[in-house]
Every structure is written in C-alpha cells, then in structure tokens.
Design a protein around this ligand. Sequence first.
Ligand code: ASP
Ligand code: MG
Length: 782
Amino acid sequence: MTRVVHKFGGSSLSSASRYQAVAQIILGHCKSGDCVVVSAAGKTTNTLVKLWQSYQQQDQQAFSDVLIQLEKHQSELVDELFSGDVHRALKAQLDAELVAITQLAQQSELQESPLLAHGELWSARLLAHYLNELKVAARSIDARQLFTLHDAQLLHQQNKATCYAQLQDAVVYVVTGFIAQDCDKNTVTLGRNGSDYSATLLASYIDASAVSIWTDTQGVYSTDPRKVSNALKYPKVCRAQANLLARLGNPVLHAKTLSPLKGSNIKLQVRSSYEPEASPTEIVKEGYSKAKRFITTFENLDLVRVENLAKGEVRTLSQLIQHSIHHFIVNGEAYLLLPATFTHIVAQQLAGRINIVESNLQGCALVASSSELSGLKQQAEQLFHDREVVVRFAHQDSDYALFLTDQALDSDLLAVLHDKLINKGREIAVIIAGIGNVGDVFLQQCEQQITRLQSQFDLKVVGLLRSKEMVFSPSGIELSAWQTQWKNEAQSYNSKSLVEHISELDYEHKVVIDITASEAFSLLYPDFVASDCHLISANKYAGTADRGWYQSLREQQRERNLHWRYNTSVGAGLPINFALADLQNSGDVITSIEGVFSGTLSWLCSSFTADQKFSDLVLAAQEMGYTEPDPREDLSGRDMQRKLLILARDLGLELDVDDIALEPLMPVHLAEGSWDDFLAKRDELDTFYAVKYQQADDEGKSLRYTGQLIISDSGTVTAKVGIAFAEAGSAIANLTPGDNIFVIKSVWYEQNPLVIQGPGAGKEVTAAGIHSDLYWLTQQLK
Ligand code: ASP
Ligand code: MG
C-alpha cells in the first residue's frame, strides 16, 4: 500500500470553518492508512509560549489572562464543530487539561515542552473527532508515541519500526506535528515550525510515496506574493534550491523539512488549503527542474563573525534560538546572519568568539543558477545604486548573492528588482528550421512581429537551420542581416550537435519552429522536448506519427509544461484549430468535420468542367506549381488523410493514420511506376474521372474530394478520405477553386454547420499562421 502524508499548518486550522475546509480536503485526497500531520491551530503555539513566559516571570495576572485566551479559542472551536455527547466529552477533556496546567503552575512544576505540546494535541484530537462526525474512520495519534530522540538525535530505526507497528489500521491517522519524546519519555519539541519536519520524517518512516504540505500560499514563489503582485509561482523547484531558500529564512519551507527526504523518491508538494484546486509547487530531486530565480527578503538581522566555528555548531545554535541561521565563509572566516533579537543569546553561547560586523540590517538574497548569478548581481547592484540604497555588506556564493542594507526594501523596490531580475524569464529563444520558401517569408515578418511582442517578451532568434547547415548564436541573430550572417557563418551540423546546442541554451523559454517538410527532423522532437523546448510545427509528420510515439511525446510535454502548436499543418493560416479548441473548451461536442483540406485537390475538382480532360488540368496545375513534384502524391489523398488525422487527434480521438479509410483520386494501379509510366496511361485517369463526374452530375451534385470524420452518439468514429458528391448549393459544392473548407457540426451547430473557408496554402498565410502560433505561445507563458 502506498501511503501519503498530508500536513496542515496553523493557519489552515485557525477557525472552525478552516477545520471544515481541511476535512473536505481530507475527504477528497486521503484514503485509509494515510497520515495527516497537524500543527497547533492558528497562533496557539505563540500563545502557549506567552503562557510559559508569564509563568517563568511569575506574573500571575498575565498567566491567567493568557490561559483564558487559550480556553476561549479552544472552546469556540469545540462549540462550533461539535454537539451532543462528543461536544460534552471534548469540553470536559479541555477543562481538565486547563485545570491541570493551572495546578502544575501553582505547584511550580510546569515544564515548557509538555506545555507547548498542547497546541498540537488539541488540533489532532479535534480534527480526528470532526472526521469521525463526517463518518471518516480517523484516529488521532500523539507523535510522542512515534518519534523518540536520544541525545537530541532521532532514533530512526527504532522510530521506523514503531511507526510501522502503530500505524497499521484502516483509518486516517491524525498525527500531532512538532512533538516527540526522549528515551525517558520526556516531551521534546522539534523546533518552531517543526511540523513540516514531523511530516517528512513520518513519510520517510512509513515509506510514503508523497508528502503534501497544505499551507496558506499556493506554493513556492519567486518572491513574497503579498509584496509583489506579479510574483511567479513555480510549478517545480529542485530540492537544493528549496533547501537554500529555507536556510535563507524563506518561510514557505523550513530548514529541516527536506532532510528526511534525502536519497528517497518521496514527492513533496506545497499547496494551498485555501485554494485546494490550484496547482501546487512540486519540490523535485536534483536535475528534474532547472534552477529558478528568487528574491528572499530579510528584516532586522545582525551580521556576526565567529572565530573557530565548529562543525554542527550552527545547528546547535539554531536549535537554541529555535530559528534558522544562515552562515557562510568569506576568506576562511565564518559569518552568521542572526535575527537581531537572538544575537545576545548566541553571543552568550559563543562567549568571546563573536564579533558583530553590522547590526540591524535589512536586505535580500538573490537566488539563481550559478551561471547567471554574477550578471544578475551586477544588475541588482546597479539598481540599488540608482535608487540610492546603501548596501552595507554584499556576499556572493555559488548559488546566491546577499545584499544587506540599512533601509528595508519596500514593496516598490522589491517589485522593480523582481521585474528586472526575475521576470527576465520573459526571454524566449527561437530556433527556426527550414528557412526557404515559407520560412523565408516567416523571417521577413519576424522583425516586425518581434518588435510588437517586445513589451512583454524578449524574443531572440538564436538558430536558423537548413537541412545540412545552420547559424547558431546563443545571444541572438540580427534579423535584418541574417542572410549576410548566413553567408559568413553557416556551418554544417548533425542532429546530435544540434540537440546539444539547444540543450545548452540558457533561456527561460525555448521554442523550435519546424517549417521543414522533413520526417527526419520531426523525429528529433522528443530530444527538443527533453531540452525543455516548446514546439511549433508546420510539418505534419510528428502530428501524424504512430500513436505510441505521438502519445509519449504528448506525455513528455505535459510533464514538462511545454506547449506544441501546429496550426498551419492543417489549412495553413485558417483558424481551424482555434475553432475546434474553442468549441470544446466551451462545452460543445463536435459530431462531424467534413471538408476539403488540400489546395491542390480543391483547385482540380472545383476548376474541372465537362469539356476538359482531367489529366490536362493536372498537368496545368503541375506547371503552375500547385502540386507536389509528382502530382500523384496529391491524387493519392494521403496528404488529406494526414490532415484529417491531425484534426481527429485535436478532438481527443485516439486514431492512427490507417484508421482513416483512403480512396485515391485515380485508379489505384496508376500510383505504381514512374511519372512517364503514368503519362502513358493518363487516359485511364481521364476515364476514371469522367465517369465519376457524370455520376455526380446525373444526381445534380458536384464531384469533390473530401475528408470526413463522424462521431456517432454512441462514440463510434468513422473517418474517410475520398471522392464525394456534394449537394448543389452546399458550401463544398460552391468552393472557390484552391480554397480549403472545413464544415463543422456540433451539438450547437447542428442544423447550420460552422464553416471555415479560405486559402489553405500559400507562403504568406502559412507564415502568418506560424506567427499566430508564436503569439499564442507567448500568451501562455505570460
Ligand atoms: N505549532 C508549532 C509552531 O508554531 C509547530 C508548527 O507550526 O509547525 O512552531
Ligand atoms: Mg506553523
């Protein structure tokens, strides 16, 4: 059985309605055997700390005031969540506990850790009972029965065995966070905010598959979303960066949380208990996510230098002050960043070995990949300088840079830093394959289009490819002079070197635009996706490749949040894909698509008149460049078969090309042999066509070559490409020679179908359609 550990923090349980919301999440996400780790409700631990302080100061008035405050909060929760016997019992239990606390205080026997433990004990008890009320088999567990420490070290083996033995039943276990016991059964706490750690520890003990930390933010952001409205939520952050952020005091994940996951495959997610449907941030193993950029702010810190800092000493100190301490080494000397309120405690502890370098500092840390850090740091320094913010101390490590300032960084400044340094992620590297023909027009349109997108994105064309040669320039190619650069710099390449170049590109986003008609190039798509490239293709091969290959490409793209557009592979620039997506997204159900998706066949059928030989028309079309070099390629119908497959897959149908019946626009045997062989037998084509034409005419209809996809009410799919007789007066019969047409029927467009018609080929419209895909992509990346 794979189990999941869910953890709910104090803010997720601050009121009765929050308990109810959490219970709903548990109903939706937990199965029996899963564990739910809880912290104390709201600010209960802070209140208990106050209670402890007033006890120590022997301030009886304060003590009883704080106790009343606790009593009030807990009673309210019990009153609002329960009634009847359960309510009475819980109330009595609470009263007894409060009385016991008072008595221990009077007898001077109160102890800090068992006192603080009440917060978690109360929330676990209430939640388990509330789940029972909802008929969920749930049981609260005091984590002191599960986690034992000896000399401040957790006894992992013993704890693992205990957890296995104790958590056997078919119930949801509601486990107290934050607390454990020592070998003498004394209560020990795991440090402030220690419940996340309890959750990951428990997960490692029970070999859980995943831990979800449900909190009050939706995940891990580039910077504090309360201060900077356009802070970015990252879907994935690697463990090393999450760890670094924690060490830098970022509140979303705490320093110790990740340690139990080391070496394991346990997944960790941070998600919002306020918006449970929002996508979470996943903390992934090294190498499963690119380094992201973050700004973490600091307030009221002291910077101290410590002589002879021993290994493990920082950990002991941070345990002592119950707060994470960031430390770093400069020229062999150890520095600590301490919350100013704790400096005196640390100074006492390190008697004589501590020098205060700067006190009462504010500032921030910039976290980024080592390759871009120096550049970002310089930019940050410039911004501080421009805004007259004095940096008293700066430090650059391999993966972060610190700026310690006098002045606190207000939201305005933070927003500017964020825009300039983090949202730099709006850089998109564009690689264009196939620069003759349509590609050439695409490039001509590019300069203007890129300028238009400039305000939102920094698009750089970094690669131009023909089949054997390329120009690759990671810093961007000057589009106005690309031909010259091509003449001077084009180099031969192979697929391996191309993929390598692309994977090394240091851009937030990359897109490969495939304007080739090469099957070999389409086979590189999985490599491009593995290098985190979005894809835009005019090329039809990948979209019509066999289902296994196609689906695994799709799957890979989904996993990596990558997009793939191929608008122009069907109908060139015609917005057929938009229409299909839009109908489906708005809840309509498409029941059929019929049409002519080949400019060549459209031209041939719609231009034909009875006084002509069909083969003459074919030769004329060939002459004008309307056909493939061997027009039988068009007459075979295979191109339309491919396009119909692409449309079918856009409707979510799992078809392969062979699932689409194909009837060529010529006698089958004419496909064999050379072009000259064909010419020798062209009469056969003429007769074939004339007979069909006459049949259609006899019925008062027009001969057309169409594709047709029909989805019956029961879901049966029929798909075919071939000769069709179009009803006189219908859109397909009236088609302008050369145009494409798509006739879409759906539940909403039942009687009068939705018709999209227009030129379905041509350099300009195709290039423009590719720009439309690129524009669409940028909108998704915003
Ligand atoms: N309740 C404890 C605290 O406030 C533990 C936690 O919230 O994780 O520090
Ligand atoms: Mg907490």
